[in-house]
Structures are given as structure tokens and as C-alpha cells.
Design a protein around this ligand. Structure first.
Ligand code: KG4
Ligand code: ZN
Length: 343
């Protein structure tokens, strides 16, 4: 079956067609970065309006450019949450209308489940069960994944998400939105040992994360330097990035020890961070484990992960004309496939 995937939870419009036999057939992405950059962050109303404008022409182009007939699509999957309510409703309404016009069912998809399953789009996908580190702009969590839909949250952030920590740190260093990739780039020329930043909660047992104290430590450090030189900024970025990555690596290894997991999946926007990828790769391999990532472009929001999750959850498809979106939606509320198909 071919599934069209639609992602509009935040500031990226993503579309893709996934075929359960042939794999990913096509995908396209429009980033709203330029639209929001002047405001220093995502403006929800502008995000919704831009999704409305982009979706239909992007879909036409995707199908035409890749020679995909609309008649070959067997279901439409869309991100139903979590995310910005208005942005989600645009995607949900578009998906539901298309499905009605094409007389195919719709599959609501959980955005974080999309991220979690994104490594399955790669040529050597991980097998279940695995441990997942989900690190995005809105979420940071360690999840014990027994099977599709069987998710136990082992630890989560008590305050800011890892991506948020990157974004707020970047803002303090005068970097443009979106801050994560900009801070990582600046860090490349800095000394990660130049400043001693805390690794919150790492000395305490447990798998929860915290990043707001780290951000405060950066604020205090920045205030101590009357005029930041390029060297200061690069050193601060490198030391700050090192502290975030250390926290994520320490907690991931601890979770692997507690669960005995041999496979670790890293997904979500912060999964594109090169230092995090390299550190997890080497530290996890050293204890006989294997790490799986989506390719860089599928770490951040995209339609391919939603089309894939929709295809895997096709048994949960519905012909109900009502559609919904949930701004908040814990991933642990999802059900394994067999139960979902009855739900
Ligand atoms: O998954 P995502 O695209 O959107 C959400 O679902 O939130 O994640 C976006 C987050 C942003 O906070 C962004 O700054 C961060 O991922 N990010 C990075 C990198 N690329 C994206 N953080 C650190 N290093 C990167 N290379
Ligand atoms: Zn995301």
C-alpha cells in the first residue's frame, strides 16, 4: 500500500509517499525558517498560515515530479499531535479533505512516534526492541521501545528540552534562529574545556534530564565577560554544547545499563548534532551496543517519518469524517499495533 504522509506540527511543511513494498518513493520539505527568523522564534499564527499556502502546490509538485498517480495512494497519514494546535489543524484538515476526495482512509500519527521510527527508513534499520533517545525542540526523553506502539518512558526532561537548551544558548550568544545548528557550527572553532558548565542531575540516580540550570550558568558566565570576543563566543558555545551532549550521553548509557538494551535509536532534531552522534557511537560501541540514526535530513521534522509511521499503523486507519489534533499527547498513551487496530 502507498501512504501519503503530511507533517505540519511546527515550522516545517513536509510531504512524502511511502510504499510498504518499495519503501520511500518521494518526499519534499518546506522550511519556514526565513519567515520566523526576524522574530527570533516560531510565531504560531504565521506557521499555520504558511502551511495553508504551501500544502496543495507542494503536493501537486511531489506527485508530478515523481510520476506518482493520486489513484495509487491507499491512505493519508497526518501528524495529529503533539505540536502547535493551529499548525496541526491545518495538516489534519488538509489530510481529512484529501482522503475524503480520494475515498481512502486517514491515519492520525503521533509526531514523536514518527521521529522514533525514522531510523526504519534507512537501509539497515534497527530491530525491536530498542532504547530510544528522543531529542527535539519540544521534547527530550528516553523510551524503552518493546515493539511498535509499546513505549515506556524511562526518563524525561524536568524543564527545557535539549533542542530548547541549544536554541536558548544560541540566543544568548547572539546567534540567529534556529539556534541549534548555529551553536554547533560556532562550537567547532571553540575549546569545550574552556568553561566549566554543570551536568544537571547526572550525579543523582535516575534517568530524568534537566537543562534550565545549564542555561542559567551560561547567562551568568556571559554577564561576567564585559565584551564577548569571537574566541569567547566560540569557547562558550563549545563548552555549553559539551555539557548538553555529556548529559544526554550519560543518561543514555545509564538507561542502556538498566534495561540491558543493545540497540539505541537517536532521533529528533538534536539527533542531527555531530558531537552527540560521534560520542554516542563510540561510547555505545565500547559496551558492545549499536546506535541507529535517521539520515541528517530525517532527524528534523519531515513528511517521510509520518508516511512511514502511517504505513506501519495502517490498521488504525479510519473513515471517520471527524479529525482531531492534540497539542499535548504523551507518547506512552499509544497502544501496541494489535490493540490499536481495534481502537
Ligand atoms: O525535531 P525538530 O525538527 O522539531 C521538533 O519537533 O521540535 O527539532 C528541532 C530542534 C531545534 O531546537 C533545533 O535547534 C535542534 O532541533 N537542532 C539541533 C541541530 N539541528 C537541529 N541542535 C543541535 N545541533 C544540531 N545540529
Ligand atoms: Zn519534531
Amino acid at each position: 500500500m502507498r501512504v501519503l504522509g503530511i507533517e505540519t506540527s511546527c515550522d516545517e511543511t513536509g510531504l512524502a509517499v511511502y510504499d510498504t513494498e518499495a519503501g520511500l518513493l518521494a518526499h519534499s520539505l518546506h522550511s519556514q525558517v526565513d519567515l520566523h527568523a526576524v522574530y527570533g522564534g516560531v510565531v504560531p499564527e504565521l506557521a499555520s498560515r504558511d502551511h495553508i499556502v504551501k500544502l496543495a502546490p507542494m503536493l501537486n509538485k511531489l506527485l508530478i515530479d515523481n510520476g506518482i498517480s493520486k489513484d495509487s495512494i491507499g491512505a493519508v497519514a497526518y501528524t495529529a499531535g503533539p505540536g502547535l494546535t493551529g499548525a496541526l489543524l491545518v495538516g489534519a484538515g488538509f489530510a481529512r479533505s484529501l482522503a475524503y476526495a480520494w475515498a481512502v482512509p486517514v491515519v492520525p500519527v503521533h509526531h514523536m512516534e514518527g521521529h522514533l521510527l525514522a531510523p526504519l527508513l534507512e537501509p539497515e534499520p534497527p530491530e525491536f526492541p530498542f532504547l530510544a533517545l528522543l531529542v527535539s525542540g519540544g521534547h527530550s526523553m528516553l523510551v524503552d521501545v518493546k515493539a511498535l506502539g509499546d513505549y515506556r518512558i524511562l526518563g524525561t526532561t524536568l524543564d527545557d528540552a535539549a533542542g530548547e537548551a541549544f536554541d536558548k544558548g544560541a540566543k544568548l550568544l547572539g546567534l540567529p534562529y534556529p539556534g541549534g545548528p548555529a551553536l554547533a557550527r560556532l562550537a567547532e572553532s571553540g575549546d569545550p574545556a574552556a568553561y566549566a558548565f554543570p551536568r544537571p542531575l547526572c550525579k543523582k540516580p535516575g534517568l530524568d534530564l534537566s537543562f534550565s540550570g545549564l542555561k542559567t550558568a551560561l547567562v551568568i558566565q556571559v554577564k561576567k565577560i564585559p565584551e564577548l570576543s569571537e574566541r569567547n563566543r566560540a569557547d562558550l558555545a563549545a563548552s555549553y554544547q559539551q555539557a548538553i551532549v555529556d548529559s544526554l550521553v550519560i543518561k543514555s548509557l545509564r538507561a542502556a545499563e538498566l534495561t540491558g538494551a543493545k540497540r539505541l535509536v537517536v532521533a529528533g532534531g538534536v539527533g542531527a548534532n555531530r558531537l552527540l552522534r560521534a560520542r554516542l557511537q563510540s561510547d555505545f560501541a565500547a559496551r558492545g551496543g549499536q546506535v541507529f540514526y535517521p539520515r541528517f535530513e530525517f532527524c528534523t521534522d519531515n513528511g517521510a517519518m509520518i508516511a512511514l509511521a502511517g504505513a506501519l499503523r495502517a490498521s488504525a486507519a479510519s473513515d471517520d469524517l471527524a479529525f482531531s489534533a492534540r497539542a499535548r499527547w504523551p507518547i506512552s498513551e499509544l497502544s501496541p499495533l494489535s490493540e490499536a487496530s481495534h481502537g
